[in-house]
Design a binder for this molecule. Structure first.
Ligand SMILES: [Zn+2]
Length: 320
C-alpha cells in the first residue's frame, strides 16, 4: 500500500504548506521511519515571528488512532488560511500574534492505525515525569512491554517525536509571556472535555485562576457551549504526560509567563453509543464513522478554537 493511501492527512499537510507558502513558515522537525514507511513531522507557524509575541498552539495526532483530532485541526487551519486571503482583519490580527501547530505528531502510528508510535511507545506517557493520584493499572502508563498499549518507552531517552514537540515549544513559547495551547484527542467519555493540568498529579495547577477566568470567558461568550472544563486528574492521572513536562520546562525558564496547556478530549463513546457497530472497529472507537456525525464534529469545535486564538492575543483584557 502506498504512503498516500495509508496517511492521506500528511498529503493534506504538505498541500497546505505548498498552497500557502507565502504566509506559512514550515519546519521539518523530525523524520520517523519503520514498517517500510518514512514520514516527516512538520511544524507550521503563522503570523508574528517575534519570539516574544503571544502564541496559540494547536497539536494533533499524538495518538495515531485518534485521526479525528488532526482532521478538526486541519479543517480549522484551512478555513483560517482561506479567510486570511480575503479578510484584512485576519491579516492585521496576525501582525500581533503567532499561531503554531504540529498537525500530526505521530504519523507512523496514524499510518499503522495504532495508538503508539513506530516503537509502540505512547507519546503521552513518554516524558520522565512520574505521576501520583488516581492511577489505573497499565492505562496510566506501563514500563513492562511495548506489546501492550500505554508503554512509556525508555524514559532516559524520550522518543524522537517527544523531543521534536519539546524543541518546537521551546523555540516558539519560551520567550513569550502569553501562550495557550490545545492538544486534540478522542476516546474518553460521553462528553467533550476541556482538560487543564495536571495529569501527573491532583495538586492544583499554579495557573488555575487563569484557567477559571478563561472558562468564564468561554461561558459568557458561548453560554450554550458543550464542554466540561476540569482538572485532568479528576478522571485519572497518568505517568509521563507530555504537557505537564513542557509546562514545567517553560515555567523554569519563564517564571512570570502565562502558559495554559489545554487538552480537548472529544467524547467518542457517544458516537459508539449511537452507532454500536463502531465498537467492532479500532478506528470506530476513536472516530465518528457516520457521515453526518463526522461533519458535525468538524463544525463543532471551530468556535472554541477561534476563541482560544483570540484569547491568546487579548490576554490582558480577560485575565484581569
Ligand atoms: Zn489520545
Amino acid at each position: 500500500m502506498k504512503a498516500k493511501d495509508t496517511l492521506p492527512e500528511l498529503f493534506e499537510v504538505e498541500y497546505l504548506a505548498e498552497q500557502y507558502r507565502d504566509i506559512l513558515h514550515v519546519e521539518k522537525l523530525a523524520e520517523v521511519n519503520g514498517a517500510r514507511f518514512q514520514f516527516p513531522v512538520y511544524g507550521f507557524s503563522l503570523g508574528n515571528q517575534d519570539p516574544k509575541a503571544p502564541v496559540f498552539g494547536l497539536f494533533g495526532g499524538v495518538h495515531g488512532l485518534e485521526r479525528i483530532g488532526t482532521h478538526v485541526l486541519l479543517s480549522f487551519l484551512k478555513t483560517l488560511l482561506f479567510r486570511m486571503s480575503w479578510e484584512t482583519e485576519w491579516q492585521e490580527f496576525f501582525k500581533h500574534c503567532r499561531l503554531v501547530t504540529i498537525p500530526i505528531i505521530n504519523p507512523l502510528g496514524m499510518a499503522l492505525t495504532r495508538r503508539g508510535n513506530g516503537n509502540n511507545v505512547d507519546l503521552m506517557r513518554n516524558s520522565p515525569l512520574n505521576a501520583t493520584g488516581k492511577l489505573i493499572p497499565l492505562v496510566s502508563g506501563q514500563t513492562y512491554t511495548n506489546l501492550l498499549p500505554w508503554y512509556r518507552g525508555d524514559l532516559s531517552h524520550p522518543e524522537k517525536e517527544t523531543l521534536a514537540v519539546q524543541e518546537f515549544c521551546r523555540k516558539h513559547f519560551f520567550q513569550s509571556q502569553r501562550v495557550i495551547t490545545l492538544d486534540l484527542h478522542s476516546g474518553f467519555g460521553l462528553r467533550d472535555r476541556l482538560w487543564y493540568p495536571w495529569s501527573t498529579s491532583s495538586t492544583p495547577f499554579p495557573l488555575e485562576p487563569e484557567v477559571l477566568k478563561l472558562k468564564r470567558l468561554l461561558e459568557q461568550t458561548y453560554p450554550y457551549h458543550v464542554y466540561t472544563v476540569e482538572h485532568q486528574s479528576l478522571n485519572y492521572s497518568n505517568h509521563g504526560d507530555l504537557w505537564d513536562w513542557i509546562y514545567q520546562d517553560y515555567a523554569s525558564q519563564n517564571p512570570n509567563g502565562k502558559f495554559l496547556p489545554l487538552t480537548l478530549e472529544m467524547g467518542s463513546w457517544l458516537w459508539v453509543k449511537k452507532n454500536p457497530w463502531q465498537f467492532f472497529s479500532w478506528q470506530g472507537l476513536f472516530n465518528p464513522v457516520k457521515k453526518h456525525r463526522y461533519a458535525r464534529t468538524m463544525r463543532r469545535h471551530n468556535h472554541l478554537l477561534e476563541l482560544l486564538l483570540k484569547a491568546s492575543l487579548h490576554h490582558e483584557t480577560w485575565s484581569v
